[in-house]
Design a binder for this molecule. Structure first.
Ligand code: ASP
Length: 439
């Protein structure tokens, strides 16, 4: 058994958190490769080191004095080193970084130093090798992750280390400059390392005990999802559920490695297992609910639309030409509805309406804004009768009017559209219908 473990910023924000992380790693021999983030927030109003680095570098790039900002960053690391009672100093590293800031080494370089320095401290504390991602994680000339080159070089390098720390979030470009992934990208590094090392499991340690069935800002104390498939996760993530960087799924999924989301502050909690497929039924028919406000529906009516060859294509062509991608497209016999993001659509509204009239000659076009979409996702829905009925009964009982229904052909999700004002009520009543209050 071999595991790759990634620790998020809040898991490594202070010496106290480092101690928890070390205890977790040492508790299981299989945890051989460790991917750390930069120190995150210690309390709600705190600033992540990554953000401190960006701000500091922005001053340096403008030729402004950045001493004060740089000192604050040094203090964050020095406090950790002191708290861990390490006989270790980052002074030489700080000097190099300062010189590179003056030499305008780039924003990505600046941001990456958060993970780099944290990796050095962690490797020293654990007594593990340190592998600089600049030497093993690569981007191509256009800035895209180069999985082929990385896979080969990283795998070879990992074979030489029994135990190692590989900082998250960055790699290098063909011209040797540093490039980062998008924000939250250490999750991706963890996934890449798991795939390259042939790990059995990728543990992603954070400050929550896994994915929740619904957004806790809307539903009070929602339960945790124990097992979720990659497909279900994609559906929920698309609708706004976040814990893991979206791109972190691909490298491990390809290699058939499951991800376990775990809580550094409650390591005994089961967390959420993300798997390719499972014979385990989800506990409550539905696996999760997620939603977003701010959509617009454009309802196009035309008699005999069904028999008009190319009608759908002509409608979508208008959206495409105006650079608007559509989210859903439920249709009836003589109607077609295109659902788009309100904000995007607003910018090209008149052009699209004119284009639709010209291209499709509809009988009428009705626009409705303020639409919220809710995705009810679950592999269990396929084999459970009456799921849709239950959802609509719950919404009717809560006096929520349903504006749109769309069921994915995979039978993995049902999407309902309600008005923005009904969004919270709808989420709550659907959750309460499927998840019993006290189990
Ligand atoms: N430290 C980076 C960020 O704040 C990357 C990460 O934590 O995953 O986005």
């Amino acid at each position: 058994m071999m595991k790759v473990v990634k620790f998020g910023g809040s898991s490594l924000a202070s010496a106290e958190q480092f101690k928890k992380v070390s205890a977790i790693i040492k508790a299981d021999e299989a945890r051989r490769y460790v991917v750390p983030s930069a120190p995150g927030k210690r309390f709600p109003d705190d600033t992540k080191v990554t953000d401190m680095l960006y701000a500091c570098y922005d001053r340096a790039a403008k030729g402004k004095d950045f001493d004060e900002q740089f000192e604050a960053i040094k203090t964050r690391y020095n406090e950790i080193i002191k708290g861990l009672e390490l006989d270790y100093s980052l002074e030489r590293e700080f000097d190099t970084i300062r010189a590179c800031f003056i030499g305008k080494a780039g924003r990505d370089y600046a941001a990456s130093r958060g993970e780099y320095l944290n990796g050095l401290v962690l490797a020293n504390y654990l007594g593990y090798d340190f592998i600089d991602p600049a030497d093993v994680i690569f981007f191509d000339d256009s800035g895209r992750f180069d999985s082929e080159k990385t896979g080969k070089i990283l795998a070879t390098r990992l074979e030489q280390s029994e135990r190692a720390v590989i900082p998250g979030f960055y790699g290098s470009m063909p011209n040797d400059t540093i490039k980062t992934f998008s924000r939250g990208g250490s999750d991706i590094t963890g996934s890449i390392v798991a795939a390259a090392s042939g790990a059995d499991l990728y543990e992603n340690w954070t400050d929550v005990s896994g994915f929740l069935i619904a957004d806790p800002r809307i539903v009070k104390n929602p339960r945790t999802i124990k097992v979720i498939t990659y497909k279900e996760l994609r559906e929920l993530a698309y609708m706004g559920a976040t814990v893991l960087h979206e791109d972190a799924i691909f490298p491990v999924r390809k290699a058939g490695i499951p991800i376990n989301i775990k809580n550094t502050n409650a390591p005994d909690d089961h967390g959420t297992m993300i798997v390719e497929s499972t014979s385990q039924q989800s506990r409550y028919t539905i696996t999760g609910i997620a939603g977003k406000k701010g959509f617009t529906s454009i309802n196009i009516e035309k008699d005999m639309m069904n028999s008009e060859l190319g009608f759908g294509r002509r409608v979508l062509e208008v959206f495409e030409k105006n650079g608007i991608s559509f989210e859903h497209m439920p249709s009836g016999i003589d109607t077609m509805t295109v659902i788009v993001h309100q904000e995007e659509f607003g910018k090209a509204e008149q052009e699209i309406l004119a284009g639709l009239h010209r291209n499709c000659k509809p009988d009428s076009i009705v626009i409705e804004t303020g639409l919220a979409l809710i995705a009810i996702v679950g592999r269990g829905m396929r084999s459970t009768r009456g799921t849709a009925g239950k959802i609509f009964q719950a919404l009717a009982d809560a006096r929520v009017n349903v504006n749109m229904i769309d069921q994915g052909s995979s039978e993995l999700n049902i999407i309902v559209g309600v008005s923005d004002e009904d969004f919270e009520t709808a989420m709550e009543c659907i959750y309460n219908t499927f998840v019993p209050k006290s189990v």
